[in-house]
Ligand binder design. Sequence first.
Ligand code: NAD
Length: 294
Amino acid sequence: MKKRISGTTGLFALLGSPVGHSGSPAMYNFSFQEQGLDYAYLAFDVKKEQLPQAIDALRLFKVRGSNITMPCKSIAATLVDELSPAAKIVGAINVIVNDNGRLIGHITDGVGFVRNLKERGVSVAGKKLVIIGAGGAATALQVQSALDGAKEISIFNRDDVFYANAEKTKAKIKEAKPKVDINIYPLTDQAKLKSEINSADILVNATIVGMKPLDGKSLIDPSFLHSDLVVADTVYNPLKTKLIEDAEAIGCTVAPGKGMLLWQGNSAYTLFTGKEMPTKKYQAYEAKRESVQN
Ligand code: NAD
């Protein structure tokens, strides 16, 4: 790294809180180094209320691009100069590209989610999905699943500030894809959750439950799972959430959040650099590193 950083090195930044657990700096710095790009990527712990200042700093320091993580994705969409068509529908961004001083917001979470399933031989087309969550990641993957041909989406969320998002998402999806059947239920309706999972093809946790410090927790009673269900999680720290472990134990196909992270990062990398990220090479490098650590 010492040899790599110079006075002309372009900076990329992750903004959000917490960020200390994030896999993004390792992934992007590995890729920059692999492809001989004079860039560096750092994570900055920024609270929601500090985001306007952080976005000003991106402009001031001519930061080349940024990833935005929770809880800042929705507010970030209101602070950039322009939104990509998908980001406009979702109303949240996870990527900012600094195009000569003009900040353009993009969303790649949904694309990463669908690709992660595809890599495991699962398509969302024609499927019924039960998705827990109504925040930034949940909205992105609900919209992308609908755009990619999902037949039915049942959204569950607890009664908090995010619940209203689900109603807005439903309206936006209905506008773009009127035939998709979308229902929204409170997470407290466990009987409904059980029956919806029973008739679903794909179950997704898109909440923060399962992520540190909520690791070891799952919003899904394991008795609701069935072995022909595909179970995906957006949480990638820990690598295997309790939900993923419960699903594996009964023989479900699983898609942990790490794969989604890799593939959404792959899309962001292309927006940042115009190049394809060496994703498979990074996966192999990571697998080797993890096997040494374990
Ligand atoms: P967010 O803050 O926008 O949304 C949080 C969601 O969690 C909301 O639906 C909220 O209602 C729900 N929630 C919070 N506490 C809860 C609780 N105790 N019980 C039930 N529900 C609860 O966050 P986000 O940006 O959508 O991120 C959600 C998760 O997805 C995080 O773990 C994040 O790391 C992960 N994520 C992963 C990727 C990836 O590429 N794998 C990408 C984006 C986000």
